[in-house]
Design a protein around this ligand. Structure first.
Ligand code: AMP
Ligand code: ZN
Ligand code: FE
Ligand code: FE
Length: 275
């Protein structure tokens, strides 16, 4: 049987693994296909594909875009996107610039709240990657003032917590349409984390084609729920580990895997002709 892990980050966003390391680890854990889904960045795809070529692993070009509803963070994955379209690359660059501004704002708020985290330390942790809250969380923990991710996100920088600042440049509709315009397949990431099923019909109305049924943070009952929902609504099912390298403590690559048939269905739903 061939298996795929369809949700992997690299150090072009907030994973500690380089694209080359992702490729070698994918081979070690016996995957046949992987999708690189960095936040607001596609630069990890080509180096990963090059490194994976010798082991015959298929690298699917992907992306993870964040949008918001008034009371929820919504992550939209794109599969088989055109990672070379100029207009898309420019949009992503704008989004990464907004991430930098946002870190400065969040650091200001945290400093005012007594957490003496420094923006330069956050950027150092991010290195070449699209800077984000996972880097900020790591820098906050390094100060010794906050002990765990649970406290960091639960008390300070989780969605709409006191030191949260948005970096959103797309509405849900725009994000889905952008992915479609690149010929890609838009899929709702980890709906169990979003925990607002009531938004799914609206997203489907914009062109959403699938949901990420299998995910590290989905327990068995949640998986079953979304299998049924996908079935009912005729949506594609995807799954992946959401591996962030050592960024969340341990390497998750391959721990959530889906049969390759699901990749074939995704591929059939892509529309590269429209690029
Ligand atoms: P950003 O794209 O900067 O808004 O950061 C989003 C990333 O922060 C997610 O992809 C996760 O890696 C991380 N994150 C968000 N919420 C949590 C949480 N409650 N616990 C751990 N990591 C989180
Ligand atoms: Zn992340
Ligand atoms: Fe996500
Ligand atoms: Fe992710």
């Amino acid at each position: 049987m061939k298996y795929a892990d369809l949700h992997i980050h690299t150090d072009f966003s907030d994973s500690t693994f380089s694209p080359e390391e992702v490729a070698s680890r994918a081979a070690e854990v016996g995957l046949s296909a992987i999708a690189i889904c960095d936040h607001d960045c596609v630069d990890g795809i080509a180096p990963c594909a090059k490194a994976a070529a010798s082991s015959g692993i298929e690298v699917i070009p992907g992306i993870e875009l964040t949008v918001e509803k008034q009371d929820a963070e919504v992550h939209i994955l794109g599969y088989f996107i055109d990672n070379k379209a100029d207009w898309f690359l420019k949009k992503l660059k704008d989004m990464r610039a907004a991430r930098v501004v946002r870190i400065h704002k969040m650091v200001e708020k945290l400093n005012a709240a007594g957490i003496d985290v420094k923006a330069e330390d956050v950027f150092k942790l991010a290195g070449r990657g699209a800077v984000g809250r996972l880097h900020l969380a790591q820098a906050m923990i390094q100060t010794g003032k906050v002990k765990s991710f649970r406290d960091v996100f639960g008390k300070y920088i989780g969605f709409q917590k006191p030191c949260y600042v948005s970096h959103i440049r797309f509405s849900p509709q725009e994000a889905i349409e952008a992915i479609l315009k690149t010929g890609g397949v838009p899929v709702l990431a980890h709906p169990g984390i979003m925990n607002k099923d009531e938004y799914i019909p609206e997203l489907v109305g914009y062109g959403l084609k699938g949901i990420e049924v299998y995910h590290t943070d989905h327990k068995a009952s949640v998986v079953k729920h979304y299998e049924e929902l996908a079935e009912e609504r005729g949506l594609l099912m995807t799954g992946g580990s959401d591996c962030h390298g050592m960024g969340k403590g341990k390497a998750l690559i391959g721990t959530v895997r889906v049969p390759y048939e699901l990749v074939e269905k995704l591929k059939a739903a892509a529309t590269p002709g429209t690029r």
